[in-house]
Design a protein around this ligand. Structure first.
Ligand code: NAD
Length: 257
């Protein structure tokens, strides 16, 4: 088992990538703190893990709140005694996130609060806990849009993910010699609730699909496998990376039929 004896905390773990990662990490031996603002779905994830013999607890935490993030790390150490893997995964994308002219300040601020400040808070309180554990792995979910511009505008989201990438690189340099690895997982377009409600018509989905060499949206469980690699010792010489798992979208200039 690749995460035997490890303790992992995952934000935005009630749905999508976070849910699949919680279940996979637990199957690989981790004790998991499932955190989210969606308590009902989060508790279901915990029940799914425990019914299969795994160990997990739910902790309600809004990543845009410093106090909630402090508390979730505290809960993790109180309950499981340590923190080895921190997966800062929670993120939001508003339907009315547009271009510079159309995006409201409120949309910009809320997006930054969750997607970027949330990752900062996770690291702010998670790094001391990881140091106490003697090292560990931090995975921050960015996106392929951190490295590519999109013609379907989502400016606040894109800027927030660019920030996650830059923050990840700097933290990786700062903490490498403490045995704390920090990597950014950059998913391509996925068939999760987030993107499917943003691309809410067939036409919008087709417009995105033509850019993906594999010709399909990715699945949350495919991201969970990538996150498992970053969480485990299999990636022991990897830090500060932009880990693109994107169906080839960032390699494509023109896709073939
Ligand atoms: P999802 O909507 O299925 O899940 C996101 C989870 O985050 C939900 O459970 C939600 O309740 C939770 N959440 C929202 N706001 C929160 C907050 N303030 N505090 C704590 N939890 C909160 O989305 P997903 O596709 O699984 O996305 C996971 C991550 O992957 C996000 O950071 C997203 O930006 C990123 N991502 C997604 C795609 C995609 O195509 N879906 C592509 C690239 C990157």
């Amino acid at each position: 088992m690749r995460l035997h004896n490890r303790v992992a905390l995952i934000t935005g773990a009630a749905n999508g990538i976070g849910k699949e990662s919680s279940i996979l990490f637990a199957k690989e031996g981790a004790r998991v703190v499932v955190t989210d603002i969606d308590e009902t779905a989060g508790v279901k994830v915990v029940n799914e893990i425990t019914s299969c013999g795994g160990e997990a607890i739910f902790c309600h935490s809004d990543v845009s709140s410093a106090n909630d993030c402090k508390q979730m790390i505290q809960t993790c150490e109180d309950h499981f005694g340590r923190l080895d893997v921190l997966f800062n995964n929670a993120g939001i994308l508003f339907g009315d996130d547009g271009d510079a002219e159309s995006t409201d300040e409120e949309i910009w601020d809320q997006t930054m609060d969750v997607n970027l400040k949330g990752v900062f808070f996770g690291c702010k309180y998670g790094i001391p806990a990881m140091r106490r554990a003697g090292g560990g792995s931090i995975i921050n979910t960015a996106s392929f849009v951190a490295v590519l511009g999109s013609a379907t505008p989502q400016l606040a989201y894109t800027a927030s993910k660019g920030g996650v990438l830059a923050l990840t690189r700097e933290l990786s340099v700062l903490h490498a010699r403490e045995g704390i690895r920090v990597n950014a997982l950059c998913p391509g377009p996925l068939k999760t609730k987030m993107l499917m409600s943003f691309l809410d018509t067939d036409q919008k989905r087709q417009r995105r699909l033509v850019h993906i060499p594999m010709g399909r949206f990715g699945e949350a469980h495919e991201m969970a496998k990538a996150a498992l690699y970053l969480a485990s010792d299999e990636s022991s010489y990897m830090t500060g990376s932009t880990f693109l798992v994107d169906g080839g979208i960032t390699s494509a200039y023109v896709t073939s039929e």
